[in-house]
Structures are given as C-alpha cells and as structure tokens.
Design a protein around this ligand. Structure first.
Ligand code: UDP
Ligand code: MG
Length: 317
C-alpha cells in the first residue's frame, strides 16, 4: 500500500473550498487500489467561513486533516506546515483554487512510477485567465531568478508538484524560516522530472496574491537564493569610482589644454551628485535587505503557529 497526501493551503477561500474538496476527493477515490490518500488543508488564518467549512468536511471525512493557523502567515509557511504534517510516502502540493487541476494527479503518479523519480514538478505550458501583467512578470521572475541564483530552477514552475518521502525528509531538516519552497525542493536534488500542464483560471474568488505579496515573494526568493545583488552593488561602486577617476583626469587635462569648460558645468555637477547619491543609497539598501533577512533568521521565530489541528495526531512543528 502506498500513501499519498494532498497539501492544500487555503486563505479566505470560502467560495471554492467545497467544490475544491469535491474534485480532489473524486480524484483520490479513483486512484488504483494500492493507493490510500488523505487531504491536508492548511487554513492560513482565514477571516471568512473557510474555517467552518473545513471543520464540517473534516467532521464527516476522516481522511481530511486540517491545520488552522493562529493568523495569516502566508502561502509558503502554509505549504511548509503541510509538508511537516505529512506522514505519507508521497505528497502533492496544490492550490485550493483549482488552478492546479487535481485531475492530473494520476498522471503525476504514473510518471513518478515510470521514471522512478523523487519529484515530478508541473511546468505551466499555458496559463489561463491571468492578467497580462501577471504573465509577463512571472516569466521575467523565473528567468531573472535563474540568472541570479547559484541553483538552477525549472522555468515556469510553481509549487504544484509531487514529492516523495526522501525529499520531504530532507525538506524537514531545513532550518531556515523564510522558505522559498520551489527553490528549496530544486536545491535538495535527487531525480526530478517535469510534467507539462495547462494552468487553469481561478474557479471562483479573487487572487490572494496582490502585488505587494508578489513583490515580497520575489524578493524573498532572490535574497535567500542569490548573493548576486551584493556583487552587483559592489560592481556599481566600482563603476562609480572608475567614472569619478575618469572625470577627474578628463577635467584636469581639459583645464590644462583648454578643451573643457568645466566652470559652466552646474548641470553636470548636480547630475553627478544625484547619480552617485543614488548609487550609494541603492548599495546601502541592498545591504540592508540582507541584514534584515539575517535579523529575521537570527530571531528564529517559528515559521507559523498552529491554533488547532483536526484529525491529526499531535505533532511538533
Ligand atoms: N494562500 C495562502 N495564504 C496566503 C495567500 C494565498 O494560503 O497568504 C493560498 C490560497 O488560498 C491558494 C494558494 O495559496 O490556495 C495560491 O494563492 P492564489 O490562488 O491567491 O495565488 P495566485 O494563483 O493568484 O498566484
Ligand atoms: Mg490561484
């Protein structure tokens, strides 16, 4: 018997939870005999009826586990909690809003068995019902991340994937608090194979990833997986110094040989001051970001706080 957990983070998803559960349950029920599956919902501090609906589902279906967070901690901590809670041989991470169609799970399992892979990650061949801005920014994000990071990431791949016990065990050993999960799973290694799918539009409700959260997510990915911004800040410093030297020599020679009329250069002076002021602020800002990240890690606060567990054996976080 093989065991499977679906890990589903939910934040204010009252409009879709019931339908989402119905579709996932249908997929789970249709799995071959040798599989036994459960669904782990992580209620990430929802303020709507999500909590009540999840409790109702868990009351009638013992194969549904629910973790209620004490407040909204974010999508990544929610997925992380799901992986920590999972005791199965395999897990599939997927969004509650049915953008990651649960119907592809059997195909993921087949591919895993066929390739004997430790992870099957789902690559978005098409994304439906997303704004132009989201499409372009996401494409740009995955490519920038690859250019900036020391780790290779698969392009256009979210957290939707199947992972096995080996990967989960390694994941559970990672002690960093700010987890960029898709990055960490790539970083862990083992045999990981792609599966191409069409990302659907949201079943109902609105995105819980407004621009602010998207920017925070992207900068976390960058700060945790790349030291290049620091190197770029230093390069910027070198370029500025080099430029400064060049100008110094140019104007000195200009004075001597009379090809420069530097006295009249108010514009050049003010632009140079502003330019180098900017370079310095950017550099300090980049440094500040890393120090802030260090500060957060040193405080070592838990990634999330669980208020209540339903149908779960009591566990450490
Ligand atoms: N989510 C969460 N906590 C948050 C934001 C989102 O658990 O703070 C969940 C959300 O309920 C959904 C998944 O993460 O199941 C992806 O969020 P969403 O669909 O809003 O993001 P998008 O698909 O628009 O990028
Ligand atoms: Mg979504």
């Amino acid at each position: 018997m093989k065991t499977l957990s679906l890990i589903v983070p939910c934040y204010n998803e009252e409009a879709i939870i019931s339908e989402s559960y119905r579709r996932m349950k249908a997929v789970v029920n249709a799995l071959p005999e040798r599989w036994s599956a459960e669904i782990i919902y992580i209620n990430d501090g929802s303020t709507d009826a999500t909590r009540r609906i999840l409790n109702e589902i868990a009351a009638v279906d013992g194969q549904v586990k629910v973790l209620h967070f004490s407040r909204n901690f974010g999508h990544q901590p929610a997925v992380s909690a799901g992986i920590h809670q999972c005791r199965s041989d395999f897990a599939v991470i997927l969004d509650a809003d049915l953008q990651d169609p649960p119907e592809v799970i059997p195909a993921l399992i087949d591919l895993q068995e066929h390739e004997n892979a430790n992870s099957v990650y789902c690559v978005r061949r098409l994304r439906m019902g997303e704004s132009r801005f989201k499409l372009v920014s996401a494409k740009l994000f995955y490519r920038t991340m690859n250019a900036m990071s020391e780790v290779r990431f698969p392009l256009d791949t979210g957290d939707f994937r199947l992972i096995d016990r080996k990967i989960m065990n390694e994941f559970n050993r990672l002690s960093e608090r700010g987890k960029y999960i898709r990055g960490l799973i790539s970083w862990v290694g083992f045999k990981q194979v792609p599966f191409f799918y069409e990302r659907k539009s949201r079943f109902a409700g609105e995105t819980k990833y407004p621009l602010g959260k998207m920017i925070a997510f992207a900068s976390k990915a960058l700060l945790y997986f790349s030291k290049k911004p620091l190197k770029m800040a230093m390069s910027l410093g070198f370029i500025a110094v080099f430029l400064g030297f060049f100008l110094l020599i140019w104007f000195t020679l200009g004075k001597i040989y009379g090809f420069s009329r530097a006295e009249s250069g108010w514009t050049s002076l003010i632009t140079t001051i502003i330019f180098f002021g900017g370079v310095q602020l950017i550099t300090v800002g980049v440094l500040g970001q890393y120090i802030g990240t260090l500060f957060d890690e040193i405080k070592a606060r838990p990634e999330y706080i669980v208020d209540e567990r339903v149908n779960c054996e009591e566990e450490k976080n």
